[in-house]
Ligand binder design. Structure first.
Ligand code: GSH
Length: 209
């Protein structure tokens, strides 16, 4: 298969933080010609996308032989390994442990803020103040913890691991949820996020908001 014929199909939405991780890897690894990106119609009754991915979630990667991969960590790992030179895998040993630990904490933030955003999209009378308060408080606690953890050496330097990628995707959910205000009083997080903001793979996958 020549480079100009994509043989992988990646289903995404423009604003999913999880699909964004896969979109970042495509750009970082220069896979634009190998991976066709298709915007999926999620969260709608009888979407044709459900024929492609019964879970209805993005990201989802369809391989040349038709095999279907979902879950952003798996999709990212597959894409990163296509050239047998993965750049974003956690190494063995102490640093790898800290990357995986921080990735999990970043995922907790992304998961919680996503629930919060979804609640806000429901009709006013269906929104649960309890769910919103729970997610707001979770995000507040996690942002306090991240203000320290973002100074961990594995979070610094060039983009090189899934903990960094997941955290930036989670923080940029501020574009979708104006109540997710993490910047005030968190200079370490602000500086860290600014240091990544102009990287092309981050800039070009920003949620449209
Ligand atoms: N754990 C999954 C989460 C994926 C996910 O929840 N994606 C959302 C978009 S942010 C989705 O596709 N939602 C559609 C639905 O729930 O029907 C991953 O990491 O890929």
């Amino acid at each position: 298969m020549s480079d100009s014929h994509p043989n992988l199909r990646l289903y995404v939405t423009q604003n999913s933080p999880y699909a964004r991780l896969a979109r970042i890897i495509v750009l970082e690894k220069g896979l634009e010609n190998k991976v066709e990106q298709i915007v999926a119609q999620t969260r709608s009754i009888n979407s044709p996308y459900y024929e492609i991915n019964p879970s209805g979630r993005v990201p989802c990667l369809i391989l040349a032989d038709g095999a279907r991969l979902e879950e952003s960590q798996l999709v990212c790992s597959y894409l990163d390994n296509l050239d047998n030179a993965p750049r974003f895998e956690a190494p063995k040993g102490d640093n790898g442990f800290h990357i995986r630990r921080l990735e999990a904490m970043a995922r907790s933030l992304a998961d919680g803020v996503s629930v919060w955003i979804r609640e806000g999209f429901r009709p006013q009378q269906e929104r649960s103040p309890g769910v919103i308060a729970h997610e707001r408080n979770r995000a507040t606690r996690l942002i306090e913890a991240w203000e320290k953890e973002v100074m961990h050496p594995v979070m610094g330097g060039e983009l090189s691991n899934m903990a960094q990628m997941t955290l930036i995707a989670a923080l940029h959910l501020e574009r979708w949820n104006p109540d997710f205000k993490w910047r005030d009083g968190h200079p370490n997080l602000v500086n860290w996020a600014e240091s990544l903001a102009d990287r092309p793979s981050i800039r070009d996958t920003m949620p449209v908001g």
